[in-house]
Design a protein. Structure first.
Length: 458
């Protein structure tokens, strides 16, 4: 009886501890990783590093000098040598290990064994990054960081850079307009496309940049950001008037660049430029980011007159995509589908959009429109996005690389408030003043009247 009592006394706290760990792992994975997962995975890695590398085929035969030394000093069997391991560096989401490759190895060998390493060390995922020739970084992610997105506190960003989402390897996905000037973002209804656009606008609002919007859904997506927008078109008719103005602005900037190139002989080479970023600060025009929401609305026509207007708008968009980068004009095109069935010029415009982000889509053809021509293997990943995970997307570029990303939640009110606080940063562009959206005056909140009690008299 006493043994049973002792067992119950000991088993109760152990069961409670195990239940608490299971609850933390399900509801608070970051806290569980820091307290339980990190030490357990570190012990697994240290105790089984050599055997795991050998089982995965990531070891090589020892050098002759090593063989002679082992045979001369001990009677042990000479075993294959694993890659030299650096210091284990813990992070808030996992571990990082730097490995020096043995002769004859390449990073692709480790990438091919990433799934085996994940199971051997009990982590959520393993990613391989090349640091320099002969050195790779293994990034071990302890839990699914895309289930509940928490952006890093110190996400480095600079001019025209916006940390807009989190990658599946726990690194921030930064939208860099100077590296990838134009981008296409596709996604079905309720896929998180609007949230992605909301983060871009809120991230650019505090920066010295002009933001122009074309929202043919009567402005329901971009109108809340009106205080920070330099121009806004809410239907195809207004877009047909706005796009020629942007093209003229682009041509004026090219004239400015040409005038700079025609300076007197003997000028240093660093002062001769072919784009606006080579101009002196006092001469450089402010960058312009053009947001186009529901681009298909610009292609749809009902009459012959609408068809002529459509052709003109598509031609102007193509010109901006082809020539806008050097003039400091960047495109962010969003829609649900963007294929050849939209009409003439759709395929040509899509080919100019270097960056691609594909949220959940309704069919495989839509995923192929976004990723099929740059990263065919990413199409299946985009088609497997579940509806209950809004904001999850597949990002790729023309280099062929791709990764899963997810944007954190940002309320429309918070994004609009950021734009209101940055309204004083709207640059002075005379050509765009006729298209400046009307900002409604916020009602002044007045305090409720205070009724003082009347004194009681006889």
């Amino acid at each position: 009886m006493s043994d049973l009592t002792t067992l119950l006394e000991v088993g109760g706290p152990v069961a409670a501890l195990g239940g608490g760990a299971a609850y933390a792992r399900a509801k608070h994975p970051a806290a569980y990783w820091s307290t339980v997962g990190l030490p357990v995975s570190t012990v697994r890695l240290l105790s089984s590093y050599g055997s795991v590398m050998e089982a995965c085929g990531l070891t090589v035969a020892p050098s002759r000098l090593r063989v002679l030394a082992v045979k001369a000093m001990t009677q042990r069997e000479v075993r294959p040598v694993p890659p030299r391991r650096g210091i284990i560096r813990p992070t808030t989401t996992g571990l990082r290990i730097r490995l020096r490759l043995a002769p004859g190895q390449e990073p692709a060998d480790f990438a091919a064994s990433a799934e085996r390493l994940r199971h051997a060390w009990g982590v959520h995922a393993v990613y391989v990054t090349t640091v320099k020739p002969g050195v790779v970084d293994l990034r071990l992610v302890g839990y699914d960081v895309l289930r509940r997105v928490r952006m890093p506190r110190k996400a480095a960003h600079g001019p025209l850079e916006v940390p807009v989402a989190l990658r599946e390897d726990a690194t921030p996905f930064v939208r860099d307009y100077r590296t990838i000037p134009h981008q296409l973002t596709l996604g079905a209804t309720l896929s998180g496309k609007s949230m992605y656009l909301r983060h871009l606008v809120a991230g650019l609002a505090p920066q010295p940049v002009a933001m122009v919007g074309i929202d043919c859904k009567r402005g329901v997506e971009l109108a809340p950001f009106a205080p920070r927008l330099s121009a806004l078109a809410t239907d195809p008719e207004q877009a047909a008037e706005l796009l020629p103005v942007l093209v003229n602005e682009m041509e004026d900037r090219y004239d400015l660049i040409k005038a700079r190139q025609g300076i007197a002989p003997g000028t240093p080479d660093e002062e001769i430029t072919s784009d606006v970023w080579g101009l002196p600060d006092h001469e450089r025009p402010v960058p312009i980011v053009l947001f186009v929401d529901e681009v298909a609305e610009l292609f749809l026509v009902a009459t012959k007159k609408d068809e002529e207007r459509r052709d003109e708008m598509v031609t102007q968009l193509i010109r901006l995509a082809q020539l806008g980068r050097a003039a400091g004009i960047y495109l962010e095109v969003c829609g649900q589908r963007f294929g050849a069935e939209l009409g003439k010029g759709a395929t040509m415009l899509r080919a100019q959009l270097t960056g691609r982000v594909c949220h959940r889509v309704n069919d495989e053809a839509s995923a192929k429109m976004a990723l099929g021509d740059i990263a065919p293997e990413a199409v299946q990943a985009a088609c497997s996005i579940a509806p209950e995970r809004p904001g999850l997307a597949v990002a790729g570029d023309t280099s062929g690389g791709w990764s899963r990303i997810r944007t954190p939640y940002l309320s429309l009110g918070d994004a609009a408030e950021t734009c209101r606080e940055s309204a004083h940063l709207v640059p002075d562009l005379p050509a765009l003043k006729p298209f400046r959206p009307v900002v409604p005056v916020r009602p002044v909140e007045t305090a409720a009247p205070v009724f003082l009690p009347r004194p009681v008299t006889d």
